[in-house]
Every structure is written in structure tokens, then in C-alpha cells.
Design a protein around this ligand. Sequence first.
Ligand code: ARG
Length: 561
Amino acid sequence: MDLKALFSTKLSEVLKGSLTTKEIYSLIETPKNDEHGDLAFPCFQLAKIQKISPIEIAKQLASQINDSVFSKIDAVGPYVNIFFSKKELGKAIINPILHQDQNYGSSEIGKEKTVVLDLSSPNIAKPFSMGHLRSTVIGNAIANLAKKCGYRAVKINHIGDWGTQFGKLIVAYHRWGNEEAVAANPIGELFHLYVRFHQEAEKNPYLEDEGRAAFKKLENGDSEYLKLWESFRNESLRAFKSIYDLLSIEFDSFQGEAFYNDKMDEIVQMLKEQNLLELSEGAEVVRLDEQQIPPCLIKKSDGATLYATRDLAAALFRQREYKFDEALYIVGQEQTIHFQQVKGVLKKLGYVWAEQMEHIPFGLILQHGKKMSTRKGRVILLEDVLNEAIKLAKKNIVEKNPGIHNPDEVANAVGVGAVIFHDLKNDRMNNIEFSLRDMLTFEGETGPYVQYTNARAHSILRKYKGTDICFEGLDDDESWDVLKLLNEFPRIIERSYKQYAPSILAKYLIHVSQAFNKYYGKIRILAEDEHLQSRASIVKAVTIVLTEGLQLLGMKAPKEM
Ligand code: ARG
């Protein structure tokens, strides 16, 4: 139930048209301090219209509004502050939650609409870096939110499996590599070769030319090169799969860059026909001066295609295949210009749907304040990080709850959840300092804190002897604070999706946890009195919202910790 909407309806009944209900709605504020009321209506706007002092208007309004949904209406200076009747509204808030269970918060705003998400998209023959983790967890959470809002969400892993780097890798493999070493430790060895190539190329620049030539040969379908490339790809995908399994993330498509190999001609042809291709230093480019963006490189002077060429073909393919209403690219902010160029070129080709493509950028993960770079070998391997997190989580859990009967499963949920939550609670664009210790504490604003709060609520429910859960109404402030927050869940989900900001949901889950822990600290929930059932139903509703919220973020919600 939208409490603001309720208040604005009641206000508009007495205002009789001076402001629309929508205008009233947007003016309503939530007082910083709960003691001042649940909601407040500032009268300045009305004062301007009616040319009366806002203080006078507040007084008049406060005396005119009279409805059983309010327990108290105060005129405080130019504000009308209202308190809802806790008993009456408590029921209206909690019953739908208990009734809808995990469906609570679902909506139909995306009904019959499709959103495709380009997420994760690591590069083969390279370790899955912490940088790709951000795309994976942010993208996955946005996809979950989209589904919760009724969209069809298609998750595409645009694997980086094509490009000059594979020419370089083949050169490096021929010079310094061998089959046994790659078979023994595929990603490690391929990455080692890649790093070595760059080191050697600094001394011998002609290696770069060799790399480019090798890629050209690959693009032209050389069968030996293709076979090598394919084995690199298979080994890499296998390694990525174990990370996705740890994260419990699935994709609808793994069509990566190579998939578009035979689909780029069409785009190049169209660009030619519409006279959009220009020669620049031997390369073919599309100028985007009028959009104030640098030209988009379509073909190198040797005829090899580029990252952007493949993204153009991919966009066209996805529009035909999925008929998307939104196409989101969850990719680091360093690729902002790239996506502007891709969109810019498609717009020049006259594709109106290009407007529905959106780059969702994010900041860096830092280690000791520095960016992690794959090329120099300064990189944290995600799989190691996750396994370390799980190990630490297990230590914490066993200390806290020695009798726990599925410690490994819970440690998995908590360790992986801690890493996911640490990422998602931050605004996307922020750089994040990576600290396993910080993300794994049970106190403070962490994933384990939210998970632990949920597990605590479950443990109360296990102790609750009653069979029925039914809310009769409560009027203490602590339970009301919890209820008011639970009531916001549907709007939090909608906002998180619309702003592509899982952090809104993550922060909200912290607030719910804090409010519930305050409640738990103050009130004896399981006391045998006439309100026992009502309190139990609040606990139950908390588990519903926390569980669903955690799952939307891509985390597990263990019942015991
Ligand atoms: N593989 C690229 C990288 O690691 C990211 C690909 C993002 N998606 C895309 N359609 N360009 O930088």
C-alpha cells in the first residue's frame, strides 16, 4: 500500500482541486525524525496559489482532515504532519505480504516487454578478473529486478573470444608455448603467454605486426589457427563455468564476439551503401562529428574488423532475435565512448531502436587504491577470492554457531553473498576498495549482516509454538517502523530497476535489518501475551522481504547461520 498515495488522496478530498493528487503526492515528505510524524505536507505551494500564509493553511488543513486512517494530525508551522493509525494500517500492510509471500513486490510494469542484458562478458584465455565480477553481479541483479517487474529478461554473455589478442596469443603459443603446459593449467598458461607477449613486444615491436597478421589469418579461416583458437575457447569457458557455478548465475546465451564473424559484412555493406564509410589513414571509419564523438573504427587498414564492428552486428542481431524494448550493456565506464559510438553509428543508419540501447557503466574495483590491470599481471583471480571468502565465512560461522548442521552450504552462501553485497551496496559509479575482511563482518552494512538478521528471524519462527500467523494490530513504535519499511518494498524494487541501481535495494535491506534488530532488542517477541501472533506475523513478513530481497540481489538466504 502506498502510504503517500493514501495521504494525498485524503488531502485532495479537502483541497478540492487547488492541486492535483499527483502534485500533492510529489510534495509530500517523510520527516527525518519519526517523532514528527509518518509523513508531512508542506503548504508553501498552496500559500502561493491562495495567497494566504502557509502557517494558516497548515492549521486549516489539519482541522479539516478527519479520517480513521490517521491517529493524529498536527499543524507544525507551515507543515501538516500526520501519524497513521498503526493498528488499522498495520493490517493493511502486513496481510498482503503474508498472503503473497515471495510474490510480494512483483509488478507488471514490464508486462510484454523484453529487456536484453549484456553482462559479464569476460575474455577467453584471460583470467576472470574482479572487474568482470562487477558486470556479472550488477547485471544479474538488474535482470532479477526486471523479471520481478514483469519483463522478459534475456541475459547474454558476450564472451570476448575474437580480436587481435588471439593473433598475439597464437604467436606467443607458437614461440614459447606447448600443448602439455596449456593442458595442465589452461588459463594460467594462456595468460602467462599473453603477458609474455606484451613484455617481449616492448623490446621487439615487430611482434605486434606478427600478432595482427596472425589474427588476419584466423579471421580468414585458417584451419590450424581455428583449431587452436577453439581449444583456447573451450578451456576458458570451462574455467568460467566454475565461477558462474559458485555465483549460481546462469545465462540465456553465450554468443560472444566470434559469433558475429559472418554477420559483420551486412553492417559494413549498409554503411557503404549509405555513404557513411570514410577512409582515414587506410582504415575505414564512420564520422560522428555531429554527435561530438570520435569516429568509430569499422575496419583496420589490413581489413580486420574491430570490437565495435562486432558490437554493431550484435545489436542488429539482438533486435531481430529478441525484439528488445531495452538493451542494456553492463560494462565498465572506461567503455563509455565505445558504446556512444556504436549507438551513434546505428542512429546514423536510421535505426530508431538504437535509442533503446543503454550503457550501464560502473566504477573500478581497487586494490590498495590502485586499478587492477590484467596486462601487467597485477590481478586478483576471482575464483581465489570467492574460495577465500567461503573459507573465512566458514570460520566465522562455526565460531558463532558450533552446532550448525550444514556449515559448508551456509559458508558458501555467506562467503559468496558477502562479495556480491559488498559490490551492490555501493552506488554503481563508485570505485570500490576490495577488502575481504570488511565485507565478511557480521556487523555493519554487509551481506552477512542481512543474511544473519534473516536467519535470526527464522530461528524465532522456529521457536514460535503457535500454529497460525495472524496480525491483529500492534501500536508500539518499533513494530510500526518495521512495518512501514516492509511496506516500501514494491516501490524500492521499481526504483532499483528504473534507475538500474541495485544499491537502492541493498541499502533498503540494511535498513530493514536495522529496524528489525532494534525491534528484537526492545520487545520480547515470543512473550506469551495476546499480541504474540501479531509479533510473529511481523517476524514472518521480515523473512519474506529479506529472503526475496537477497535473492533479487543474486544472494542466498540461509534459514540458519
Ligand atoms: N569483453 C569485453 C571486456 O572485457 C566486454 C564486452 C562487453 N560487451 C559488449 N557488447 N561490448 O572488456
